[in-house]
Design a binder for this molecule. Structure first.
Ligand code: FE
Length: 214
């Protein structure tokens, strides 16, 4: 099978959030999509071990926020590579709260959809969660972030738990270029040598000890 053929599929980039207990949960997903118009329903595939997925199932609701091209690696690193039970991912950003208590970004965001879970399909490694849109709001007219833009322009990576993990292909070292260091956690490549001892990965927030020379 030509696995590379799967990279031809196109996606957006979204923050999926929920509120459960006393905590706000949120993660990055590229798999949010509209599946029906009447009634308007969205589906999203999340890793079954994700604490955000657990919070969605507990609360019965989720909020999907469309990221814009202005979203930087700090934002994507916070939501994509940190754990909602360890840090308040929303603390550093402007946010709103929907009627179900789920927080969502109001900056670097084009729109948000607050959904009630109506079905869940167990896909093994991932859960496909289907939600009916109860609230929808346009947040800005900035161009939306696509998965392709994230790889090509933002030069981000993807955690191995993502449903469409690519092995961080676009973050691979360039032949003939000077020495580089790669984050073992997220695949981010630092272009230069030496790697500063106090360097912090802009995607996943890990320190220089998690980098290896490439
Ligand atoms: Fe990293």
């Amino acid at each position: 099978m030509d696995v590379q053929a799967l990279f031809k599929l196109s996606y957006g980039l979204y923050v999926i959030s929920a509120h459960s207990g006393e905590r706000d949960y949120g993660c990055i997903a590229n798999t949010l999509q509209q599946v029906t118009a009447e009634p308007p329903r969205l589906s999203v595939a999340l890793n079954r071990n994700s604490v955000t997925a657990k919070a969605i199932l507990e609360s019965g609701h989720f909020c999907g926020t469309v990221l814009t091209e202005t979203a930087d690696l700090k934002l994507i690193g916070t939501f994509g590579f940190q754990n909602s039970e360890a840090v308040d991912k929303f603390a550093a950003f402007s946010t709103g709260t929907d009627e179900n208590g789920a927080r969502y970004l109001t900056e670097h965001a084009a729109a948000r959809y607050s959904c009630k879970v109506v079905d869940t399909l167990d896909l093994g490694t991932h859960l496909l969660i289907v939600g009916q849109v109860e609230e929808a709001e346009t947040l800005s007219q900035e161009p939306v972030m696509t998965y392709d833009y994230y790889y090509r322009v933002v030069k981000g990576g993807t955690p191995p738990t993502a449903p469409s993990y690519r092995g961080n292909a676009s973050a691979a070292p360039q032949p003939g270029k000077k020495k580089q260091w790669r984050c073992k956690i997220c695949g981010y490549v630092y272009d230069g040598d030496p790697l500063p001892a106090d360097f912090v990965c802009p995607i996943c927030g890990k320190g220089a000890d998690q980098f290896e020379p490439v």
